[in-house]
Write a protein that binds this ligand. Structure first.
Ligand code: GRF
Length: 189
């Protein structure tokens, strides 16, 4: 069984979707590790509920990004992780992590890249007034939301309710992330 890791900083609805798909056999892997840079985040509780090991750390207790990334890499190596799935991990990956796992790290972004990069993509697109929204899954490099695109899915929305739009984005993210992880793992054989 292949082993994947999910990195998150907050709610963890994408983690929940991914771990559920693994449990149901829809993704040929198990989530071997959750990495979370906010020990009080909901995703930590979700990991515990699924019996998934979780490395929750406070970045401030490390002298540098390189230091906590060395610890992350050590745990990924120890867990035998083949694919790292960022799902709401609100940090740019540094050279230690990319040096060890570059090419094996993917991210989900709640907009149609290269439009609306950054941490407030849904709101930014909404305020801009676009009529077609979407989700992107891409490889992670040292840029902000800039790595090679793997998959995208778009949907029209002309309403004026940001909460409704956010729910539509998340409902688009979850199945697309599951399908993309499954395809990547199947093609890695
Ligand atoms: C998602 O919208 C994802 O695209 C973005 O952060 C959000 C994480 O949501 N990168 P959740 O924690 O998975 O619920």
């Amino acid at each position: 069984m292949k082993r994947i890791a999910v990195f998150a900083s907050g709610n963890g609805s994408n983690f929940e979707a991914i771990v559920g798909a693994c449990e149901r056999g829809e993704i040929p892997a198990e989530v071997a590790l959750v990495v979370c840079d906010k020990p009080t985040a909901r995703v930590v509780e979700r990991a515990a509920n699924h019996g998934v090991a979780c490395f929750a750390f406070d970045p401030k207790s490390y002298a540098s990004k390189a230091d906590f990334e060395r610890e992350i890499v050590r745990r990924l190596d120890e867990a035998g992780v083949e694919l790292v799935c960022l799902a709401g991990y609100m940090r740019i990956c540094g050279e230690v992590l990319l040096g060890a796992y570059g090419g094996r790290i993917i991210n989900i972004h709640p907009a149609l890249l290269p439009a609306f990069k950054g941490a407030h993509a849904i709101r930014d697109a909404f305020e801009y007034g676009v009529k077609v929204y979407g989700v992107t899954i891409h490889y992670v490099d040292a840029s902000l939301d800039g790595g090679r695109i793997i998959a995208q899915r778009a949907f029209p929305y002309e309403g004026s309710d940001l909460d409704e739009l956010e729910a539509m984005v998340h409902a688009t993210e979850h199945p697309l992330y599951i399908e993309t992880i499954r395809n990547l793992l199947n093609n890695q054989k």
